[in-house]
Design a protein around this ligand. Structure first.
Ligand code: PLP
Length: 401
């Protein structure tokens, strides 16, 4: 008998488990809209040309494989903060940002969660309802208490702004408010610039700390600057802000695990102390982060020509998703005779569409139509092609009615 007998089987991950089920299906029309990863019109994974170029340059340079410092590659940490806050943001010049390279978005969020657990004992994190499935895992794992604020209104298939504001107001003073910087996952619904201002007002009034998760910078609108405007507005108000970044989507570096955690502090002294503690948290978990993705990001952002090429490719990827979104809307509107208003598909932004399909309807999508998706009704448009829109529309209409 095994010494591990008491260990029971863990449930499959609600997002990554979808890909496993997809692989096991042999139907020719099967479609994987579960994981948020960009695919070409041929539904193949895509390596950015600019990443291939950076790879080639790095190989020619023949860089060594020495350990990075605990906080990661200095050149990466510099450019990642500049990309997020803007290169001439005073908080950078004043050295008020503690930036530590993390294991992509997830690992960066996890470092911040550990910091909260250690230094803000009892403080709560408020997360949107719904949110990316892994947020709850991350805070549970770090033993940080969390609760939800209202975000999505099924009646309008839009933002429940009043509910959101009321719940942030009602949270105990000094809570952490987790916000999606742009392209909210899973709903694809972002606050307007005016709504962002009101959110910042309430957070300031209540002495809360805004905690941004920005995993889609450049992917929502096609512009890195436009997609960072929410974060920059909070920083411009003089607020202290936490922000976790990821290069999985915008540079297609999913498996390189490259991202960063930034803590904007009110003094350079506080930033230095925060950074020292983030390093202390990282050391016993993984010692130091991987180098390759960090070098790719640093060399692309640090080179004017490559940076321009990256922006063009990001626009191309964001544009393909917008085209698919339009085609899906057209297909749904022309095929569905029930009079249902499908315009929410067009209003949502980013990689996903939140269809409003309930769990039983999602099961129908998968069991009858071989369309794989998360059970919250989210579909990744990045995994859809123009050619498959009509098929998907048939599946959605059949599942709704
Ligand atoms: N945050 C959000 C909202 C996401 O959607 C994702 C990826 O799907 C991540 C963070 C982190 O992804 P990664 O760990 O690959 O950077």
């Amino acid at each position: 008998v095994s010494r591990f007998e008491a260990i029971t089987m863990a449930p499959p991950d609600p997002i990554l488990g979808v890909s496993e089920a997809f692989k096991a299906d042999n139907h020719e029309l099967k479609l994987n809209l579960g994981v948020g990863a960009y695919r070409t019109e041929e539904l193949q994974p895509y390596v950015l040309d600019v990443v291939k170029k950076a790879d080639k340059l790095l190989l020619e340079k023949g860089e060594n494989r020495e350990y990075l410092p605990i906080e990661g590659l200095a050149a990466f940490n510099k450019v990642t903060a500049e990309l997020l806050f803007g290169a001439d943001n005073p908080v950078i010049k004043q050295q008020r940002v503690a930036t530590v390279q993390g294991l992509s978005g997830t690992g960066s969020l996890r470092l911040a969660a550990a910091l909260i657990e250690r230094y803000f004992s009892g403080a709560k994190v408020l997360i949107s309802s719904p949110t990316w499935g892994n947020h709850k895992n991350i805070f549970n794992d770090a033993r940080v208490p969390w609760s939800e604020y209202r975000y999505y209104d099924p009646k309008t298939v839009g933002l429940d702004f009043e509910g959101m504001i009321a719940d942030i107001k009602a949270a105990p003073e000094g809570s952490f408010i987790l916000l999606h910087g742009c392209a909210h996952n899973p709903t694809g619904i972002d606050p307007t610039p005016e709504q962002w201002e009101t959110i910042a007002d309430v957070i300031q009034e209540k002495n809360h700390i805004p905690f941004f998760d920005i995993a889609y910078q450049g992917f929502a609108s096609g512009s890195l600057d436009a997609d960072a405007s929410s974060v920059r507005m909070f920083v411009a108000r003089g607020m202290e802000v936490i922000a976790a970044q990821s290069y999985s989507k915008n540079l297609g570096l999913y498996a390189e695990r490259i991202g960063a955690i930034n803590v904007v502090c009110s003094s350079s002294d506080a930033a230095a102390r925060v950074k020292s503690q983030l390093k202390r948290i990282a050391r016993p978990m993984y010692s130091n982060p991987p180098v390759h993705g960090a070098r790719i990001v640093a060399s692309i952002v640090g080179d004017a020509t490559l940076f321009k090429e990256w922006n063009a490719e990001m626009e191309m990827m964001a544009g393909r998703i917008m085209n698919v979104r339009q085609k899906l809307f057209d297909s749904l509107s022309s095929k569905d005779k029930s009079g249902k208003d499908w315009s929410f598909v067009l209003k949502q932004i980013g990689m996903f569409s939140f269809t409003g399909l309930n769990k039983a309807q999602c099961d129908n999508m998968t069991n009858k139509w071989h369309v794989y998706m998360t059970k919250d009704g989210r579909i990744s448009l990045a995994g859809l092609s123009l050619a498959k829109c009509e098929y998907l529309a048939d599946a959605i209409i059949d599942s709704y009615h």
